[in-house]
Unconditional design. Structure first.
Length: 227
C-alpha cells in the first residue's frame, strides 16, 4: 500500500473514531432516540434549517463510515421531520454516504483484489457490465445483504459512479419510506423487527429480483420470437 493510501486509511480511521466519540453512548439506539425525541423536536421547531443540515451531515457520516445506526437515524428522521422532508433528507444522505463508502473501498482495495483474483474478477466484471444495475438493485432490496457490505463489494467492481448513485437512490427508497413512516409513531416501535414483517421482507426480495428475472426471460425468449 503506497503512502497516499496509507494516509487516506488513517484519515478514514480518524473520522470514524471522531464521529464515534462525538456521539454519546446509546445515541444511535432505539431507546436513545426515544429518550431525546422531545428535546430534538423542540430544536427542529426552533431552527428547522440548521437541524435539517445537521441531520443530513450526521447521516452521511454514519453511512460513509459504516457506523451502525442508519436504520435508527431513519426512524428519527420520521419522528422529527414531515414525511416528504424526511424522505428527501434520508434518501440523498444515504445515497451520498453509500457512494463515498463505495469509492473508499474502490480506492483502497480494488486494484489489489483485481490483480490477486484476476480470473475471478474478469467474470465478475463481465457480469457487472451486462447486468450491473440489476444486481445492485437486487442487493439493495434484499434484507440479507447489509448496507455496508454492498458498498464494500460494489467498490471492488467497475460499476460507474453515476449508475451506482441512481440505482442505490431508487432501490433504497421503499425501505426508507417504510422506516420514516414508522418513525412518525416512534413511541409504538419496540424493536426494528416490528417495522418490517416477514411478508414485507419477501416482497422486497421479489421486487429486487424482478429486473434480473425479466431481463433473463427477454434474453432467453425474445431471440426465438424474432426468428
Amino acid at each position: 500500500m503506497n503512502i497516499r493510501k496509507t494516509l487516506f486509511l488513517c484519515a478514514l480511521l480518524g473520522a470514524f473514531i471522531l464521529t464515534f466519540v462525538m456521539l454519546p453512548p446509546g445515541t444511535l439506539s432505539l431507546e436513545g432516540i426515544k429518550t431525546h425525541q422531545q428535546a430534538l423536536l423542540s430544536h427542529v421547531n426552533h431552527a428547522p434549517l440548521r437541524s435539517a443540515l445537521i441531520f443530513f451531515a450526521l447521516y452521511v457520516a454514519v453511512s460513509a463510515l459504516s457506523i451502525p445506526g442508519a436504520a435508527i437515524l431513519t426512524l428519527l428522521g420520521g419522528a422529527l421531520f414531515p414525511l416528504w422532508e424526511g424522505t428527501v433528507l434520508v434518501s440523498f444522505a444515504s445515497t451520498l454516504g453509500a457512494t463515498l463508502a463505495m469509492l473508499a473501498s474502490r480506492y483502497l482495495l480494488r486494484d489489489g483484489i483485481q490483480r490477486r483474483f484476476a480470473q475471478q474478477m474478469k467474470t465478475v466484471n463481465a457480469g457487472m457490465a451486462h447486468d450491473g444495475a440489476g444486481y445492485l438493485f437486487a442487493l439493495r432490496l434484499m434484507p440479507l445483504f447489509p448496507f455496508f457490505l454492498v458498498n464494500l463489494l460494489m467498490g471492488l467492481t467497475r460499476i460507474g459512479v453515476y449508475r451506482y448513485w441512481w440505482v442505490s437512490q431508487v432501490a433504497m427508497l421503499p425501505a426508507t419510506v417504510v422506516f420514516l413512516n414508522a418513525g412518525r409513531e416512534l413511541g409504538k416501535v419496540a424493536s426494528l423487527r416490528d417495522i418490517v414483517s416477514p411478508g414485507m421482507l419477501i416482497a422486497f426480495t421479489l421486487l429486487g429480483l424482478l429486473p434480473l428475472a425479466t431481463r433473463r426471460l427477454f434474453s432467453r425468449y425474445l431471440p426465438s420470437v424474432k426468428k
